[in-house]
Design a protein around this ligand. Sequence first.
Ligand SMILES: [Zn+2]
Length: 204
Amino acid sequence: MISTVTLYVDPGHHTNRLQLALLMKFCCQCGSEVELTIPSGDNRPRFVCRQCDFIHYQNPKIVAGCLVTQDDKVLLCKRGIEPRHGFWTLPAGFMENGESTRQAAQRETLEEACAEVSIDGLYTLTSITPIDQIQMIYRATLTKPYYAAGDETLQCGFFSEAEIPWQQLAFETIHNALNFYFEDRKTGDFPLRHIDLHHKKPVR
Ligand SMILES: [Zn+2]
């Protein structure tokens, strides 16, 4: 059973806002019911098994993707899945176990845009605290002159700054990465952009 909730807890003399992306009911070790409690020696609530005392730690997830460029254009994908179905994004997605962030970015680009790329460098690193997510976007270059819409993509293609559907971008992080890129293109210097987003708002 998975759902999204916001809980308000008082672990001491002050009230902390606790956003739980995953509301857990049962222990992944023994299947017994869990309870939300602060383990001894800890300072925040965790789901703890009433039967085997297993503590289920929950930590941020990492999304990795690529800003693939060709001449003055950037590769965009039109999303064929929720959330933000029909909106445009950079090829990106959740890391899998056993891969590096660079490998995750390359794999997502292959899956969503059928494009094989080499990584040029890490470009944006964004912490999105309301959804416990970290997004890492790499600058990348096609290693073969081929791209096409993958299974989760409606269409994809290269867009110049003027051609980008700025009003139909899927996420604020994509908007930021594209803005940074076209700004940095003027100098040819692409420093790492480190961003903290403490809000969650529509991109428009
Ligand atoms: Zn258990």
